[in-house]
Design a binder for this molecule. Sequence first.
Ligand code: CP
Length: 302
Amino acid sequence: MSSVSTYTTRHFLGLKGVSAEEITSILDRAAYWEHNPSKVTNQLQGKFVSNLFFENSTRTRFSFELAQKRLGVDVLNFSAAESSVQKGESIYDTVRTLESMGIDAGVIRLKPNGVLQELAEKIKIPLINAGDGNNEHPTQALLDFYTMRKQFGSIKGLTVSIIGDILHSRVARSNLWGLIALGAKVQFCAPASMQAPELAEFAPYVTFEEALKADVVMMLRVQLERHDTGLLNSAEEYRAQYGLTVERASRMAAHAIIMHPAPVNRNVELDDELVEHEKSKIFTQIAHGVPIRMAVIERALS
Ligand code: CP
């Protein structure tokens, strides 16, 4: 079976192999939408987009819906719990059904790896990745880049430390591919049980002390729902060894920022006091999700 590129004109599956120019053009278009005074436009009036979330979400789902409504799109929200998936219908048959009804694009989040790629080979309408197993989460990484670019002016030359559950993180992977393309240096920090060895050739694993010297300290959520037993002894032990505590944050550079894709396990990977600390960009990241997703939807439907 032939594989579909992560970034074809039809689908938007990931950032691996996507050029700096393509990423920059999405960030620039997001800036246009962020500063557009119209809350709602008729840019994509008459288009139907379905949000197909087969895994839970708050930020991604609602920011896609806000983005769609700001663009004048008619939104069809699909909930697996209330659908014929409960009768055993497959993900492919579900998406194919909505395609047959005439939707123009699908925003899709899936738990198992590989299914999105298979769908993309068969489905003709554009599919936008809203979180694909531990493979990629490209719109999260784009909003992260948008936040870094606004903070520092440019991403080229930045050092970004990604700390935590790399093994299960689609956010880490999309950030890695995009940040390399944009000229940043990426380094990982994780306990041995949460490392992804296949990524070590692209970003070195460093100590926490080294990771704290970066311009961006990006903490990841410990993804308890994806863990087999034995990866995590206790939340307290994780915080002591790999959490960004107030004391550790006090040793970051004066200009450096804290990022986290959220949801946050407070007092596990990040101390409660740091979530809304002056160094933290967590809620700024969330706000940037709307213009970024406007730019991505517009691209898919244009
Ligand atoms: N960051 C993120 O993807 O959050 P949700 O799971 O709430 O969408």
